[in-house]
Design a protein around this ligand. Structure first.
Ligand code: ADP
Length: 496
């Protein structure tokens, strides 16, 4: 199979690279295997890409190691920053193409995909700005010593990303790793390999030396497992399910104790108090769960509504959700496209059926939408109790539960009652309530009177079983540097 193909989307026609991107070249996998990527809107294959196995991971890691010890170590921080900034410019130049690839391969609405690409570009530019601002400290230990710290790159970083925000996760991972002077082997998700490969082409154009960024397509249990257990990868960063996150942590422990950061699942509470601005709260609750078809690790999937406005809120929420336009991701007015794959579709339908059987009421939705593509109706469950599976486990689809609470203490108790701690939100006009509840929620991100607003300038990550470490902001740089303390003896006074 060839190394590129022409793809025509409803928005753009473009040349799609298909190979593994290793050492700044697109190459075939060592076994010559390929796999199909499916268009979730019509369930038909888009194209096939070359597949990486363990040997290809070895080859990519060797390229990244060589670059790390060689050419890349001679590139100044200023130059690293310039390359990332150039890459951001190229993302903006090709934003229509990148967004169309996302709409095609992932099924997300093109209007939303454009925001993803803009945010990815901004994230790369932001980390370009950090590249020459990574500094240590000088420390006064005693008069005979100059003690200082260096924040050095960790080395070769393995990065494993999911399919829900393919190009955005690519940028979140590569930005801080490269800014800090590491080299990278990144594996895209098998459901959505196309945008990462297109972006790999831009890596070369931005002027990065060969081997600094290597992008491979492949399966989790083969290429992903090879990355997490590799003896010459110094750090692994993963975004995906909590189940796989545990496997990665175990693989790191069993191999070379590589540093691990994990950004995992969530079951985030969206808490609405009686005094909330109801129009605002409805709009954010709808966006909080149905944005990206519910395929967000931080999705506001548990609505907790105070009893005084519960019934009114539920009635208004149903009306609002009914207005969400489902359909072809390329249509200008589409808000919700298909779920990413048959597997995800089946998993979500299983949860919906489980909810029905457990005694919850389907207030809206609960069924497949249409008969082609992996579309699921926006679904709201009422009569939900906290112990139900649909109120405890991550569904990762357009499914939301609502529970009633009496007072602040109960809201906090229910809010904190799952094993996750990725995000949460509180809607109230009372400043004190907002601050008290934000402080009490065990979550890495808390939104007040809004939802899903993530900035590359602020940290993102989980409490509890939602993860380890933080992405974004200056915090991400801590996960891509290691601190060395140097104690330099001054003068030549004899040691006594
Ligand atoms: P989902 O279940 O939503 O597909 P996963 O957590 O399985 O999410 O996938 C996220 C990423 O993790 C993908 O790139 C996938 O290939 C990878 N992955 C899956 N299983 C493993 C594994 N055992 N080891 C390493 N990576 C894996």
């Amino acid at each position: 199979m060839s190394l590129s193909t022409t793809i025509e989307t409803p928005a753009v026609k473009y040349e799609q690279p298909l190979g593994l991107f290793i050492n700044n070249e697109f190459v075939k996998g060592s076994e010559g295997k390929t796999f199909e990527t499916i268009n979730p809107t019509n369930e038909k294959p888009i194209t096939s890409v070359h597949e990486a196995n363990e040997k290809d991971v070895d080859i990519a890691v060797a390229a990244a190691r060589k670059a790390f010890e060689g050419a890349w170590s001679q590139v100044t921080p200023t130059e690293r920053g310039r390359m990332l900034t150039k890459l951001a410019d190229l993302f903006e130049r090709d934003s229509d193409t990148l967004a169309a690839i996302e709409a095609l391969d992932n099924g997300k609405a093109m209007t939303m995909a454009k925001l993803d690409v803009a945010n990815a570009a901004n994230c790369l530019r932001y980390y370009g700005g950090w590249a020459d601002k990574i500094t240590g400290q000088t420390i006064d230990t005693n008069p005979e010593t100059l003690a200082y710290t260096r924040h050095e790159p960790i080395g070769v970083c393995g990065q494993i990303i999911p399919w829900n925000f393919p190009i955005l996760m690519w940028a979140w991972k590569i930005g801080p790793a490269i800014a800090a002077g590491n080299t990278v082997v990144i594996k895209t998700a098998e459901q959505t390999p196309l945008s990462g490969l297109y972006a790999a082409k831009l890596i070369k154009e931005a002027g990065f030396p060969a081997g600094v960024v290597n992008v491979i397509s492949g399966f989790g249990r083969v290429a992903g497992a090879a990355i997490s257990s590799h003896m010459d990868i110094d750090k692994v960063a993963f975004t995906g399910s909590t189940l796989v996150g545990r496997t990665i942590l175990q693989a790191a422990a069993k191999s070379n104790l590589k540093k691990v950061t994990l950004e995992l699942g969530g079951k985030s509470p969206n808490i609405i108090f009686n005094d909330a601005d109801i129009d605002n709260a409805i709009a954010w609750a709808n966006f909080g769960i149905f944005f990206n078809h519910g395929q967000c690790c931080c999705a506001g999937s548990r609505l907790l509504v105070q009893e005084g406005i519960h019934d009114k809120f539920v009635a208004r929420f149903k009306e609002r959700a009914a207005q969400n336009k489902l359909g072809n991701p390329f249509a200008a007015d589409t808000f919700q496209g298909p779920q990413v794959s048959q597997l995800q579709f089946d998993r979500i339908m299983e949860y919906i059926n489980h909810g029905k059987k457990a005694g919850a009421t389907v207030a809206i939705g609960g069924e497949r939408h249409g008969n082609e593509g992996y579309f699921i109706q926006p679904t709201l469950f009422t009569d939900v109790t906290g112990d139900m599976k649909i109120a405890q486990e991550e569904i990762f689809g357009p499914v939301i539960t609502v529970q009633k609470f009496k007072d602040e203490a109960e809201a906090i108790k229910i809010g904190n009652s799952t094993s996750y701690g990725l995000a949460a939100a509180v809607h109230t006009k009372d400043l004190n309530t907002a601050i008290r509840v934000s402080n009490a929620l065990k979550a890495g991100t808390v939104w007040v009177n809004q939802y899903n607003m993530i900035s590359y300038q602020a940290p993102f990550g989980g409490f509890k079983e939602s993860g380890i470490g933080r992405e974004l902001g200056s915090y991400a740089l801590e996960n891509y540097t290691q601190v060395k303390a140097v104690h330099y003896r001054l003068g030549d006074a004899p040691f006594s």
